[in-house]
Ligand binder design. Structure first.
Ligand SMILES: [Zn+2]
Length: 254
């Protein structure tokens, strides 16, 4: 077991008991960002480092921008839970997880602080310098667990991270008053939307029917890529943003 942080930015080493070897010796090729969803940072730190919680993460960032490491980067932390991305379900074996302190949607969902965002940005750059993690695999917990998770949520500034070279992001198309596709709709336009989301990596089945599962995935997409309106409806802005995101990913050679 490691006894000191992998990141020089981590000023605290708080070993978490919930960790193990990565399955099949996998190397991390994903970075997953979370919010803690708890009202106090101290409580979150305790929770993430106690066995009974059944969870852990690699890094924890508090609102003052202090960074603690809990699990060594070459080990598997328990942060993603039941998840799916690009057809794979053991996201914990493939990823590094950062818990960013924010009480979340259940506690009035305050803004992320500037100190916290600065620390997250620096930490992500530091992690990306050590691992082969492509931009389109820097993701929200909600991306890999739509419906079940909402973190880090629509207030998280993905655009800022992208400007620093972290993650893939395109300017979202302006929101208009069209309602687009939604629950109950059927047909080729729905199938095209499902194919696009599936192609990006989301857990979607191509069925031509806009069901609850698709609504949750569209919400997750919007939280990350078109955060001004998170309503689970695939309006023109949402679909256009997805198309440009797919084009941007292919330009990265992925
Ligand atoms: Zn999470």
């Amino acid at each position: 077991m490691a006894t000191s942080p992998d990141s020089p930015l981590a000023t605290l080493w708080c070993p978490a008991p919930n960790r193990e070897a990565r399955c099949n010796g996998l190397k991390p090729d994903m970075l997953i960002l979370h919010y803690t969803g708890m009202d106090s940072a101290e409580g979150a730190l305790d929770w993430l480092t106690c066995q009974e919680s059944g969870v852990s993460c690699h890094y924890f960032v508090d609102t003052e921008g202090r960074i603690a490491q809990m699990v060594a980067e070459d080990e598997r932390a328990w942060h993603a839970g039941q998840s799916l991305w690009a057809g794979e379900t053991d996201i914990n074996s493939r990823s590094i997880g950062i818990e960013i302190h924010n009480p979340g949607h259940d506690f009035d969902y305050p803004d992320f602080s500037e100190a916290e965002m600065q620390a997250v940005e620096a930490l992500c750059l530091d992690i990306l310098s050590r691992h082969a993690i492509p931009p389109h695999r820097v993701l929200a917990h909600s991306d890999v667990a739509p419906g079940r998770k909402r973190d880090p949520g629509e207030k998280f500034d993905w655009q800022r991270l992208a400007r620093a070279g972290i993650g893939l992001w395109v300017p979202p198309a302006p929101v208009s008053d069209d309602t687009g596709l939604g629950p109950g709709d059927e047909g080729e336009a729905v199938a095209a939307l499902q194919r696009g989301l599936l192609n990006y990596g989301y857990g979607v089945e191509v069925t031509t029917t806009y069901g609850t599962g698709l609504e949750k995935v569209v919400e997750a997409f919007q939280r990350h890529f078109r955060p001004t309106r998170v309503d689970g409806r695939a309006d023109a802005s949402t679909r256009d943003t997805l198309d440009r995101l797919l084009a941007a990913r292919s330009q990265t050679g992925a």
